[in-house]
Ligand binder design. Structure first.
Ligand code: PHE
Length: 316
């Protein structure tokens, strides 16, 4: 029977051949349909029904076989994704760089503008303009790397506040972040460390403005609701009065966070600014120390060690 033959076809080619034998030019049905005129009414109706039924069977089988062919092709092309891949060694941003962008974003949101300066400084910007002339004993506070031509590796980012005031004058609200160098090397000090310096000079700037900004900064940087500060008197040649700011850490111990103070009138004069008209504050603190506290890193020196295993062990 033709019906069963259609069902049994296995390929589209086979089906096509059968179709041609049935409905082609000399196909069995074609021949019978041509003879239709000789049939009585009932036989005609029956032949028409058969014709429709057969065509439908061919169509259905065709789509069945097409589906099978498609599925077979898809199964053949299937990708095996079960193979174990080599673990990917994905890089992250170094904690120092990460803290740099966070610190910058916070200070910029407070209206401080970022300045940079050279790491090899002349005596004027690193010391003399900062009210630390060559005979000044305070030069001993910072063991300095001298170059043969009398320049130094900058011992403090404070040099950048001098450059900023010289180039842009006052009022000014600026900050700088960068590496600084001192001849010290032990368990808690490296010869290079990062410093952040802030400076705000205008006509009515006070120490209270400084403390407000510092508190707001720590709140944002460490994501704390409340920051307890302790202000102690200190000494720096370029500020008067000078203070040291401590912060209560984890509600239990005081951490020394930064040096700060009102900019010394001599520093303003050295930059061509009249201290009777303008005044303001400066602050300076350890950038790597901030990163250590924030990311809970155990040893400051490792920050500069370039040891990827250490970075990964800290979660970077
Ligand atoms: N430059 C000082 C230091 O390196 C820090 C400081 C900066 C203090 C600005 C006061 C004002 O110790």
């Amino acid at each position: 029977m033709l019906k069963e033959q259609i069902e049994k076809t296995k390929t589209l080619n086979e089906l096509q051949e059968l179709y041609t034998n049935t409905f082609g030019k000399n196909g069995t049905m074609t021949v019978r349909l041509k003879e239709m005129k000789n049939l009585n009414n009932d036989a005609r109706t029956e032949l028409n029904r058969e014709n429709t039924e057969l065509r439908e069977l061919f169509r259905n089988r065709q789509s069945e076989l097409e589906n099978e062919a498609l599925n077979a092709a898809l199964a053949g092309e299937k990708l095996d994704v079960s193979l174990n891949a080599e673990p990917e060694n994905r890089g992250t941003i170094h904690p120092l760089t990460q803290s740099l962008s966070e610190i910058s974003a916070i200070l910029e949101s407070f209206g401080y503008r970022r300045y940079t300066g050279p790491e090899i400084e002349d005596d004027w910007h690193n010391f003399t303009a900062l009210n630390t002339p060559s005979y000044h004993p305070a030069r001993d506070m910072q063991d300095t790397f001298f170059l043969l031509n009398g320049n130094v590796l900058r011992t403090q980012t404070s040099a950048i506040q001098i450059r900023a005031m010289e180039s842009d004058g006052v009022p000014i609200k600026m900050f700088a972040i960068g590496s600084t160098y001192r001849r010290e090397m032990d368990a808690t000090h490296g010869p290079m460390f990062g410093q952040i310096e802030g400076l705000y000079i205008d006509k009515n700037v006070t120490l209270a403005d400084l403390i407000g900004d510092i508190r707001a900064f720590f709140k944002k940087f460490f994501k704390l609701d409340n920051v307890e500060l302790r202000i102690r008197p200190s000494y720096f040649p370029f500020t008067d009065p000078s203070i040291e700011v401590d912060m209560k850490w984890n509600g239990e111990r005081w951490l020394e966070m930064m040096g700060a103070g009102m900019v010394h009138p001599n520093v303003l004069r050295n930059c061509g600014i009249d201290p009777n008209e303008y005044q303001g504050f400066a602050f300076g603190f350890g950038w790597d120390r901030l990163a250590m506290l924030k990311y809970n890193l155990p040893d400051l020196r490792d920050l500069y060690g370039n040891d990827v295993r250490w970075l990964k062990s800290c979660g970077f």
